[in-house]
Design a protein around this ligand. Structure first.
Ligand SMILES: [Mg+2]
Ligand SMILES: [Zn+2]
Length: 199
């Protein structure tokens, strides 16, 4: 599902996909209140580098807190708006945000079937974005702090970068993956993407 923008416009035809919690901002356990939003300083620097590249910057985020009724979609949207605002003010950008609001069978309202196809490690959100923005996924990158981010990116055909912020690939329900790169944070990840796209 897409939270932003309402009407996607085709951009660079390639993207840098970014996980949100634990990659851009501190994962404060289902962050959803504006006051919980804390962008890592190194991630901010990374987003400033990425903003100069010929690529759409697309956030792909699991938000099972919605199915768990910890918060509502409008609260997530407000949090996302604030994230976009703070990045814009720092000279960066976010071109789109996709989210999965599901969580297995906890809340039937968000689970028409037994399970969804958009919850990372599944690639549903990446494929949805690729359709909306006419992306060549072989030219895209996926950056995230969990093995489920890497798995989603790899299945979709993207290059993948695991950052050692947030869960640092050590989440309890990790899946076996081999990222193309493992780096300290989003700043270092951005330098790799910059080198590969411009080099
Ligand atoms: Mg994360
Ligand atoms: Zn889903």
């Amino acid at each position: 599902m897409r939270d932003y923008p309402e009407h996607p416009k085709t951009g660079w035809k390639r993207a840098v996909f970014l996980d949100r919690d634990g990659t851009i901002n501190v994962d404060t356990h289902y962050p959803h209140k504006i006051e919980d939003l804390e962008i890592y300083p190194e991630a901010l620097k990374g987003m400033q580098i990425l903003a100069k590249l010929p690529a759409d910057l697309i956030v792909i985020t699991n938000q099972s807190g919605i199915a768990l009724e910890l918060y509502e979609e409008r609260e997530m949207s407000a949090f996302n708006s604030e994230l976009r605002k703070q990045l814009d003010e720092a000279g960066s950008r976010v071109d789109a945000i996709y989210y999965c609001p599901h969580f297995e069978k906890k809340n039937p309202q968000y689970n028409e079937e037994t399970k969804c196809d958009c919850c990372k490690p599944l690639p549903g959100l990446v494929l949805e974005a690729a359709e909306d923005f006419q992306l060549d996924l072989t030219k895209c990158f996926f950056i995230g702090d969990k093995t489920s981010d890497i798995a989603a990116g790899q299945v979709a055909g993207c290059k993948t970068i695991l950052v050692l912020t947030g869960k640092a690939g050590k989440e309890d329900d990790r899946v076996p993956v081999t990222p193309d790169y493992v780096v300290a944070d989003l700043f270092e990840a951005a330098l790799i993407v910059e080198r590969e796209m411009l080099g």
